[in-house]
Design a protein around this ligand. Structure first.
Ligand code: XMP
Length: 510
């Protein structure tokens, strides 16, 4: 990790995207809040300043001391970052009076300069700013302009310090990745060594050294993160990794048995614990969504604690935490605020939480977790799996939960998900599932009147679950699925398809 790039975050919504683009160049990078510049900068080969919702002219705007960086390391300011460099070097930054949001095209560009090599007039860039650099500092040279933004790219004389007003990290900046590559690879000389294979080698060695002959406990969920974390640890410490896979009785049909078999097939030392009855008994009669979540969380901790006691002399707890969970976020309304996970007070902790924590994926983005999994030959069945909520079908059964309702929903969900697979639609959907509604409606089957349950199908596209839109599934598919469900699942006589986006709806119904 000594070929590292530092991204200083000023609170832009795009900061993580900068990091993702840099990682796509096979270059490692870290995001730090602007007011926590690391004191030891040796391992950083270059620094990028992010955008920000602030105006550099505002008194409470981020104004970090860059004296250990400026002129000493290659430095690139993006949007606010560029304005910050210009403003404090004698340039002038003012409120823009033309619309500077969205697509723009370069109207002049110094393509001969190594910073903009391969970039030509007409190249599309993405702008998103309220202030603009009206005048460059005396010691800065203009490198590119758009029709509305004269100072779109510039360089300071005598130092490898650059500013760009547009956002190279956004896909709409069609050559944005090239600009980042020019800066990082050709100007800063950062080696492109951050590959999944290199990550696996380094992490396995590191885990071996850190853990030695200790025993480690890990809770598998069937999801991508815990699976890849387990495979990495297994490579490092083999049978000393003790995996626990809990059936809470709210998984998809056959999921517990199928996934357990897959884990065993991967050589993992895994124990399947069927605690269905414990969860379902604890949930009986509870209809409130948050109360259901709390009960499931509590019972999970109890079950996991019991199971972890059976692993004698365990020293570590492994978790599948990934990078977006650990990046300290910068608040747009004040100083940087750390997103602190409410870690529990030491006294009343379950015993397994007193173990030392190891998080082998804590520097990876989700897409990198998948790539690392692929490089270790984890099958697509695990890596390509849709997200599935921890509380499982409990939050897809509206109202109280009974064994009978779980059984009905498992059948409905199975027909829907298998149908998506059979029709080649599964990978086109980010997440899909069925909801069992607390509604009975009248139907007719043969000559008989029925009064049975209604289910809603939901399929969404999304990148991170924060926003989502419903998927335009083919009518023929919906028709066949609806028929199959009503004909094959006793107790259901009506199927509806959810066409709400998030926001304002959520993906889950509870
Ligand atoms: P919503 O319903 O908030 O869901 O739009 C966004 C994403 O989060 C998942 N989700 C959960 N995952 N525990 C989880 O582990 C939960 O309580 C929970 N609630 C929602 C949901 O499946 C979707 O992917």
């Amino acid at each position: 990790m000594d070929n590292n790039v530092l991204i200083l975050d000023f609170g832009s919504q795009y900061t993580q995207l900068i990091a993702r683009r840099v990682r796509e160049l096979n270059i490692f990078c870290e995001i730090k809040p602007y007011n926590k510049v690391p004191s030891d900068l040796d391992s950083y080969k270059a620094v990028i300043l992010s955008g920000s919702p602030f105006s550099v002219r505002a008194e409470d705007a981020p104004h970090p001391d860059l004296s250990n960086i400026r002129g000493k390391k290659p430095l690139l300011g993006v949007c606010y970052g560029a304005q910050y460099l210009a403003h404090f070097s004698g340039g002038s930054v003012e409120k823009s009076n033309t619309r500077e949001y969205g697509r723009a095209n370069l109207s002049s560009v110094e393509s001969e300069h190594s910073f903009l090599k391969g970039i030509t007039i007409g190249s599309q860039v993405w702008m998103s700013h309220a202030d603009t650099i009206k005048k460059l500092p005396e010691n800065a040279k203009l490198l590119a302009s758009t029709h509305d933004v004269e100072n779109a790219a510039f360089k300071f004389d005598g130092e490898e310090t650059y500013g760009i007003q547009f956002h190279p990290e956004v896909y709409h900046s069609t050559d944005g990745k090239q600009v980042l590559e020019n800066f990082l690879v050709h100007i800063a000389g950062v080696a492109q060594t951050w590959t999944p294979d290199a990550f696996v080698d380094a992490t396995v060695n590191n885990l071996k050294e850190k853990i030695g002959n200790d025993k480690v406990i890990l809770g598998l969920s069937g999801g991508v993160d815990s699976t890849v974390a387990a495979v990495l640890l297994h490579k490092a410490i083999g049978k000393n990794l003790h995996c626990i896979f809990v059936n809470n009785g709210l998984l998809r049909k056959n999921e517990f048995e199928d996934v357990l078999k897959q884990y065993e097939g991967m050589g993992l030392n895994v124990k399947g614990v069927d605690a269905s009855a414990r969860f379902l008994d604890a949930l009986a009669g509870e209809s409130d969504p948050e109360a259901k979540r709390k009960i499931i969380g509590r019972v999970f901790i109890e079950v996991f604690d019991d199971e972890s006691h059976l692993v004698e002399d365990a020293k570590w707890l492994a978790q599948g935490t990934i990078y977006p969970d650990v990046i300290e976020s910068v608040s747009a309304t004040g100083g940087p605020s750390a997103t602190i996970k409410s870690h529990h007070n030491v006294g009343g902790l379950p015993d397994f939480m007193k173990l030392k924590v190891v998080e082998p994926l804590r520097m990876l983005f989700k897409d990198e977790v998948r790539r690392v999994g692929k490089s270790m030959e984890v099958g697509d069945e695990r890596l390509g799996r849709h997200p599935f909520p921890g509380p499982g079908l409990a939050i897809r059964i509206l109202g109280d939960i009974t064994r009978e309702k779980v059984a009905i929903l498992q059948e409905v969900d199975h027909i829907f998900i298998q149908g998506l697979r059979d029709w080649g639609l599964y990978d086109k959907v980010w997440q899909a599932g069925a909801m069992l509604l607390p509604v009975n409606s009248v139907g007719v089957m043969g000559d008989e009147r029925t009064y049975e349950k209604c289910v809603a199908l939901r399929a969404v596209e999304s990148t991170d679950g924060m926003t989502a839109d419903w998927v335009n599934l083919p009518y023929e598919f919906l028709q066949k699925t609806s028929n199959d469900i009503i004909n094959k699942v006793p107790g259901v006589n009506r199927v509806v398809y959810d066409i709400s986006s998030k926001p304002p709806a959520t993906i889950e119904w509870e």
